[in-house]
Design a binder for this molecule. Structure first.
Ligand code: CP
Length: 311
């Protein structure tokens, strides 16, 4: 048998041989040695992504997982298959975890309640983006050692930003002072954090975290170049000059260069934008390892101190 195209001409012995082999593999035929034991995860991205998807893939491969390829546009999602049935399918064929990005808030949470394998949120609508938050916080720890009392200014399209939400919650938990600067229609009054004037807060902030304008979530998207956004609400060269000497610039990216931030500042000395991407691999490795390798965390009294000296 060189090909497997039709059952029409297949002999009984051939069929039964394959059934027997199927049963052998079903009963762990390949797992006699550790090297044969492959472990699988999958990344279900229902929204575009470069950083998150690729860094999850690198993280998974560094940890030794095989990544089951899934591309929504070439999947049975186009035949109407639900998120739950898609995830249940990949779990049935061997995935030990599902990494998922979805345009609707709550879809990831609902899936996590339904599946019996770990579900990792890679960004849900305007809900949360917890692994982005983890890499952002790691970036700050690397810079400052401790977050207590740091002034973190999050600037931009707050109401549509899952990055702002996850960061604001976690940074407050860790003792930082979080404030927002935003044009009035992009403020989110459901979030209990102060709104400040960008031009006032720029001088006292330790971290200036810019957000991408989330046009895909706007009811009536306008061209992002319009209305002098950079001059009114973005990080101009003039504002950067007024930042504290030790302050850093962050942005989850993708960046609209010349809109949220002056093009020349994206890779300036203060910018940690590409460092954030590098750290994204390690943060995602930490999450996957924690969920799939069941390491019991050792949270000692000196946990903050340990983090403060990460090199
Ligand atoms: N920061 C971030 O989530 O980027 P991607 O949309 O490219 O994954």
């Amino acid at each position: 048998m060189n090909n497997f195209v039709s059952m029409k001409t297949m002999q009984t012995e051939e069929i039964l041989h394959l059934i027997k082999q199927t049963d052998r593999f079903a009963n762990d035929g390949l797992s006699k040695t550790e090297t044969d034991k492959k472990r699988f995860v999958t990344n279900l991205f229902y929204e575009p992504s470069t950083r998150t998807k690729l860094s999850f893939e690198v993280a998974e491969k560094k940890l030794g997982f095989e990544v089951i390829d899934f591309q929504v546009d070439y999947s049975s999602v186009l035949k109407g298959e639900s998120v739950y049935d898609t995830a249940k399918t990949v779990a049935s064929i061997g995935a030990e975890a599902v990494v998922i990005r979805h345009p609707l808030d709550n879809t990831v949470q609902e899936l996590a309640e339904q599946l019996d394998i770990p579900v990792i949120n890679a960004g849900d609508g305007a809900g949360e983006h917890p692994t982005q938050c983890l890499l952002d916080i790691y970036t700050m720890y690397k810079e400052f050692g401790d977050l207590k009392g740091l002034n973190i200014l999050i600037v931009g399209d707050i109401v549509h930003s899952r990055v702002a939400r996850s960061n604001a919650y976690a940074l407050r938990t860790l003792g930082a002072n979080v404030s927002f600067a935003s044009k009035p229609e992009w403020q989110d009054q459901r979030l209990d954090f102060p709104y400040v004037e960008l031009d006032d807060a720029i001088e006292t902030s330790d971290v200036v975290m810019l957000l991408r304008i989330q046009s895909e979530r706007h009811d009536q998207p306008k061209p992002i170049e319009d209305n002098n956004y950079l001059e009114k609400y973005g990080l101009t060269i003039e504002r950067e000059k007024r930042m504290k000497k030790t302050a850093i610039i962050m942005h989850p990216a993708p960046v609209n260069r010349g809109v949220e931030i002056d093009d020349s500042l994206v890779e300036c000395k203060r910018s940690r934008i590409f460092k954030q991407m590098e750290y994204g691999v390690y943060a995602r490795m930490a999450v996957l390892d924690h969920l799939l390798n069941k390491e019991e965390p050792q949270y000692g009294d000196n946990y903050q101190t340990v983090l403060a000296h990460v090199d």
